[in-house]
Design a protein. Structure first.
Length: 295
């Protein structure tokens, strides 16, 4: 196949392995692949994993390439840190290095389709989609939940592009992934501390800073830590139209996880458990992505 010929060529010349991996995704019509060590490549295509041909000739070369990619993305990645990821164009990557990984370098590459997806790209009953559009348009705060790769960020991007084109949106993420949909929106990213533990800026801090920038909408790419406290504070302080995603399998799980993450703020425990006025969208991992419920 074409990438086997390309593999021979790239061994003779310095390769652009990222372009090779992108080409493999295009060949399979897939949006995700992963490497387990240098010689095992798997492509997630049409709901199942298909074994492909890895372009890497050795573990050492794969390790060096992943670290070079991290340098390009200004991400620290070495055996001390052990894992990390970033975004290049419309592709997001994440890697885990030995000795955290016992099977060589683990590398995952996913292609997002933020600029092409619309609400019609998601499988759901028409009345369910209409309810989501109405909630978004009336500035109800929304929490999108689902497992990994279920399309949470894709749905978020589709809603913003379709129904908030003239709004000033501020997005807060650990890695800049969501696209800007107009010239007056803003993206903020957390900053990890240096090896001495200095210079870190958390998402929790950025939530509070973003509110001072008077956005029309505040978007938190993913709630996964203590930033939950600041998001909930904003939620119950008169700010409308807040948006976020969280890993959970149901609306009840989303409430429980948000409550757990915000547990340090005891004044908000009851409000979090009830999430009054917040719409929760539940998604499942499928092809195409499916919206299961909205409550």
């Amino acid at each position: 196949m074409w990438w086997q010929k390309r593999r021979i060529e790239v061994r003779e010349n310095p390769p652009d392995y990222l372009e090779v991996l992108k080409g493999i995704l295009e060949f399979y019509g897939a949006t995700e692949l992963f490497l387990r060590g240098f010689n095992e490549l798997w492509v997630f295509s049409e709901g199942s994993y298909v074994k492909g041909e890895s372009p890497f000739p050795s573990d050492d070369l794969l390790l060096q390439w992943v670290q070079d990619l991290a340098d390009l993305c200004q991400v620290r990645l070495d055996p001390v840190i052990g894992s990390g990821g970033g975004v290049v164009g419309c592709h997001r990557w994440h890697a885990v290095l030995p000795p955290l990984s016992q099977d060589g370098v683990i590398f995952v590459l996913r292609k997002h389709q933020f600029q092409s997806l619309t609400l019609d790209s998601f499988r759901a009953p028409l009345n369910l989609k209409a309810r989501i559009v109405n909630a978004f348009s009336t500035r109800q705060s929304l929490l999108i939940c689902g497992p990994t790769a279920s399309g949470k960020s894709s749905l978020l991007a589709a809603l913003l592009r379709q129904f908030a084109a003239r709004e000033r949106v501020i997005t807060l993420e650990s890695v800049a992934e969501l696209p800007l949909h107009n010239e007056y929106s803003v993206r903020l990213c957390e900053r990890h501390p240096n090896p001495d533990g200095i210079g870190g800026v958390s998402l929790e801090h950025l939530v509070r800073e973003a509110l001072r920038l008077t956005p029309d909408r505040l978007v938190l790419g993913e709630i996964r830590g203590i930033e939950a406290r600041a998001w909930v504070e904003a939620l119950f302080s008169g700010h409308s139209g807040l948006l976020a995603t969280i890993h959970a399998g149901s609306a009840a799980e989303a409430r429980a996880r948000l409550s757990m993450l915000a547990a340090g703020h005891h004044d908000l425990t009851k409000e979090v458990s009830e999430l009054r006025g917040v719409g929760i969208i539940v998604m499942s991992r499928s092809s195409p992505p499916e919206i299961l419920d909205f409550s």
